[in-house]
Design a protein around this ligand. Structure first.
Ligand SMILES: [Zn+2]
Length: 509
């Protein structure tokens, strides 16, 4: 098709491919600086790093909004009927991105980037001291700028919509609220079934003697987590596992995928978060190579990204089959006296936690819905940052009946808002729902797959995800990718069905 293009079209296509490659490379350099910021950077380097990141981001913005680039894109858009479907899609996506970027000035992009870098630094210090007041003035500045950004984008409905679009294209507060409402009702019903079961009562009455109360030396936890990441497919030839305050994954460039974890006394924190971040990296690894420097080679949405991490973390990583393979090694390392049943039961125990990333599968989405409501309030102006700690603590009581012990396990627990990621939280719930749909479909399509998992063989799982999800990049919308595989897009009923089936069995109802 490309060979039939006129010289003008060819020239414009070449130019927009070149620009996209340059922007991708600058983005990857920023990702490396950001990774370093969260792992090994000396304490006093925050200000210098904020300058470097702001500069790189402003260069990307300059390229995205440059006359030469936008003229080429809009010229191609006018002649889109002459383009291949692939090029047409690329041009349509770019024109949207240019339109959005054009609403922000270079000065605004720099200010936002610096403010977020400094706010992230303050968040880390505040966590160390468990003191919200260290972080509060920084978050006030971030929220003010994010409100301004949302206003500049000018989306209709809630102001939060302008920010959410970056994470979940086409999603809005008005669309997701009824979905979350249905999810919330279903989760509360399931929790009341669990809590009124005999097994739950026994669990609550048992005191002490739990397998997780044993000592799990931290260095050995990391060794185990590394081994698991490699088994799942994150080879050390193109992957790294390091430690950061909040676990994350990042794609630095071709052949360079990095994940981080952290360690708690509960060994499933380091292991679960490593499996989660490995899932993200495997998605990045599976994105189409031939589109790696353009907008079509990116993830379809954050929700779909989260579906990949949650798929591995929950559906695979908490399954009996998975532990049939890994428990003997685990037992050998930590001396668990062959107590497989105890380990598996405790791993899947429903027990409320004040901390999202330590939460069980049933409570997890309630944490997300709570954060979504707070974030919409912060951006719309219904909640002010100065009241955030009180709002947080009272919502924890309302949703979970939990009294928050300190700011570290309360309002300071998540990194996202410190870095300006308003609009992100819904993606976790969307991803978790997608993950349950994809997993049921995979089990239906791949006979014998559970046996393979119990033997530690994950190639067919990886290939299936790659073939059904990863290979599309962003050539399709996330919801359409899931719909094509599962026959339905975002489906709360399927997720609630999965949870009711699993926990009905575990809690005997
Ligand atoms: Zn994730």
């Amino acid at each position: 098709m490309v060979s039939e293009y006129s010289d003008e079209i060819k020239k414009d296509i070449e130019l927009i491919e070149r620009y996209q490659k340059e922007m991708t490379l600058l983005g990857q350099a920023s990702a490396l600086l950001h990774w370093d910021n969260s792992t090994y950077m000396p304490k006093n380097a925050a200000l210098g790093r904020a300058e470097q990141l702001a500069f790189l981001r402003s260069l990307v913005h300059e390229k995205m909004t440059s006359l030469e680039f936008s003229e080429s894109v809009f010229r191609l858009l006018e002649r889109k009927d002459e383009l291949s479907s692939r090029d047409r899609l690329m041009v349509e996506k770019l024109s949207k991105n240019i339109g959005k970027a054009g609403k922000l000035s270079k000065e605004f992009v720099e200010r936002l980037s610096k403010t977020c870098s400094m706010s992230f630094d303050a968040w880390q210090k505040a966590r160390e001291k468990k003191d919200w007041e260290i972080f509060r003035p920084h978050l006030e500045k971030v929220v003010e700028l994010k409100r301004e950004e949302a206003r500049l984008y000018g989306f209709s409905g809630s102001l939060y919509n302008g920010l959410m679009d970056d994470f979940e294209e086409g999603m809005s507060v008005e669309k997701i609220r009824p979905v979350f409402e249905k999810l919330k009702v279903g989760l509360i019903e399931l929790l009341s079934r669990i809590e009124s079961s005999d097994r739950y009562r026994e669990q609550e009455e048992e005191s002490g003697g739990g397998i997780k109360e044993k000592e799990f030396p931290h260095a050995m936890q990391i060794e185990m987590a590394k081994e698991m990441a490699v088994s799942l497919g994150l080879s050390e030839d193109y992957g790294r596992l390091d430690i950061s305050e909040h676990p994350f994954s990042t794609h630095i460039g071709q052949g360079d995928l990095r994940i981080t974890t952290n360690v708690r006394d509960d060994p499933f924190f380091s292991i679960g978060s490593t499996i989660h971040e490995t899932g993200h990296s495997l998605y990045e690894y599976g994105l189409p190579d031939d589109e790696c420097y353009n907008v079509l080679g990116q993830a379809a949405s954050y929700g779909l990204h989260e579906s990949q991490s949650r798929f591995w973390e929950l559906m695979v990583g908490m399954s009996e089959e998975f532990w049939r393979h890994f428990f003997p090694k685990f037992d050998e390392k930590f001396g668990l006296d062959g107590r497989f049943d105890d380990w598996f039961r405790e791993l899947n125990m429903v027990k409320k936690s004040p901390i999202r990333i330590e939460s069980d599968e049933v409570h997890y989405c309630l944490h997300i819905i709570m954060r979504f409501e707070i974030a919409v309030g912060l951006i719309d102006g219904a909640i002010e940052v100065r009241d955030l700690r009180e709002v947080w603590n009272s919502k924890m009581m309302e949703y979970f009946g939990i009294e928050v012990k300190d700011d570290k396990e309360g309002v300071l627990q998540d990194v996202h808002w410190s870095e300006g990621y308003f609009g992100y939280f819904p993606s976790y719930a969307i991803g978790t729902i997608y993950a349950s749909q994809l997993y049921s479909k995979m089990v239906e399509e791949l006979s014998g797959i559970k046996d393979e998992i119990s033997e530690g063989r994950f190639e067919r799982v990886r290939d299936w995800l790659c073939d059904r999800v990863h290979c599309h990049g962003s050539k399709k919308l996330a919801d359409d990718i899931v719909k094509n595989v599962c026959g339905k897009g975002l489906d709360v009923d399927a997720f609630l069905g999965y949870l009711n089936g699993k926990y009905g069995e575990l809690y005997g109802f």
